[in-house]
Design a protein around this ligand. Sequence first.
Ligand code: DGP
Length: 110
Amino acid sequence: MDSCLFCKIIKKELPAKFIFESENAVAFPDINPSAEVHILIVPKGHIGGVQDLDKESGGLLAEIYLVANQLVKQYNLEDSLYRVVVNGGKAQHVPHLHFHLLGGNLNKLV
Ligand code: DGP
């Protein structure tokens, strides 16, 4: 979607340091981190939010959680604290589905 911030990042029209990239997803650090590790895992295709998922979304969701699995290991979060958080509705500020991977000091919620 032309006006979407995360679509622009995915198309590399706006800067972000990709930690992970595959055919269907990217991961990059949150610009305003709420924890020591705060990474956004974002499907490349434009999906507004959880409310836009359907029965066809299962494969993509599995892929997203396998990216989270890989990053949890990469950042040694298994024995630390971590959360995978998805905001929606008025709690979601960027209207392109994304998964926050938060690790380390989890005092603040996103
Ligand atoms: P949410 O409230 O779940 O929609 O969170 C959106 C997150 O996106 C928020 O934690 C800040 C982050 N964010 C917003 N704009 C940018 C950006 O231009 N670059 C990066 N890396 N993160 C961004």
